[in-house]
Design a binder for this molecule. Structure first.
Ligand code: NAD
Ligand code: UFG
Length: 336
């Protein structure tokens, strides 16, 4: 299949490009590189021994998108491109709604004009907001608590409405829990700009000596050790979820929504301890107050994706830690 991957130079996109190329698909990447480097794509090609095509295009640039669809016969789109920082979205809501929602709407318009109606979309567990119960299944209430999460929910709504209006649209909405880790080669991985917001890149940067210690946001949650519980899922398992979703859409068209997680939650302290074991490095930490907007516990009910796609996460926390550390230790400053 000839697949257009928006945001393909980013963290999850680059790992998915590896999976697609290894499966024999033809890959075209569109990315404006606002949060990534073209190096990731060079390394994807080095890693797979296969070529992909890259266009530095902003999704908001309708004309360039039309030119691309005019010249290449795209068969399906995997849509990763978006801004993803929760905190930034609170301060810059218009930027988030414009980039994420308008960008997706322009993409869909151009797709429809070119009769391309298959899309796998990167949604997020953030659409559930503060969960009432765990594990969280796909029918749980949707109540995102920040503009980033609301932009994801708006896009889900737009895509469902598109399918309702025109049954040619085949759409998979994948709600990722906490993607972490890296390709075991150590060639590609997560390379955040500035101080990381997320737990895993923060820990790996402490381990490599770029940051002095981890701040753990709260130890007074109603969990076994008082720290927050999340469902960490290896980025290669996440990548494989996309090819599974494409297969499903080819066999049984429609609109589908799946959680992508392991179904198992770990506390922050359990992650620190697993990472120390995998890396052999001590992670100094301090307990600080809770981070606004964080919930105590979030992990997925994965029964739907298991029964409908046969997808289950194969890699556990030790592999996630080992691969994250392998990437960080080989590339202390990421792609730069
Ligand atoms: P990332 O920032 O590494 O990748 C996103 C890519 O999109 C970047 O390369 C960026 O340059 C590109 N991009 C952004 N806006 C664009 C635009 N207007 N035009 C073209 N390119 C644009 O992020 P990621 O972690 O790989 O996440 C991929 C997707 O998955 C995002 O949509 C994100 O919201 C979603 N997601 C990520 C996580 C996570 O924890 N990483 C969790 C849930 C959902
Ligand atoms: N944490 C710390 N210290 C840090 C960073 C995080 O203690 O420096 C804790 C958090 O409080 C939380 C856990 O580690 O308990 C995980 O935090 P992350 O920031 O890594 O992940 P979140 O679950 O908060 O959010 C992530 C993405 C969101 C996405 C969500 C669900 O940042 O965009 O997963 O997919 F929506």
């Amino acid at each position: 299949m000839r697949i257009l991957v928006t945001g393909g130079a980013g963290y999850i996109g680059s790992h998915t490009c590896v999976e697609l190329l290894q499966q024999g698909h033809e890959v075209i990447v569109v990315d404006n590189l606002c949060n990534s480097k073209e190096d990731s794509l060079k390394r994807v090609q080095e890693l797979t021994g296969r070529k992909l095509t890259f266009f530095k295009i902003d999704l908001l640039d309708r004309k360039s998108l039309i030119d691309l669809f005019d010249t290449l016969s795209v068969e399906a789109v995997i849509h990763f491109a978006g801004l993803k920082s929760v905190g930034e979205s609170v301060n810059l809501p218009l930027r988030y709604y414009h980039n994420n929602v308008t960008g997706t709407m322009l993409l869909c318009e151009v797709m429809a004009e070119h009769n391309v109606t298959t899309m796998v979309f990167s949604s997020s567990a953030t659409v559930y907001g503060e969960p009432k119960t765990v594990p969280i299944d796909e029918n749980a209430p949707l109540a995102p608590t920040n503009p980033y999460g609301r932009s994801k929910l708006m896009i889900e709504t737009v895509l469902k409405d598109l399918h309702a209006a025109d049954k040619r649209w085949n759409i998979a909405l994948l709600r990722y829990f906490n993607p972490v880790g890296a390709h075991p080669s150590g060639l590609i991985g997560e390379s955040p700009q500035g101080i990381p917001n997320n737990l895993f890149p923060y820990i790996t940067q402490v381990a490599v000596g770029m940051l002095s210690k981890l701040s753990i946001f709260g130890d007074d949650y109603p969990t076994a050790d008082g720290t927050g519980i999340r469902d960490y899922v290896h980025v290669l398992d996440v990548a494989r979820g996309h090819t599974k979703a494409l297969e499903r859409l080819a066999e049984r068209p429609g609109v589908v929504t799946y959680n992508l997680g392991t179904g198992k939650g770990y506390t922050v302290l359990e992650v620190v301890s697993a990472f120390e074991k995998s890396s052999g490095r001590k992670i100094p930490y301090q307990i600080v107050s809770r981070r606004a907007g964080d919930s105590a516990e979030s992990y997925a009910d994965t029964s739907l994706i298991k029964s409908e796609l046969g997808w289950v996460a194969e890699k556990g926390i030790d592999e996630m830690c080992a691969d994250a550390w392998n990437w960080q230790s080989k590339n202390p400053r990421g792609y730069t």
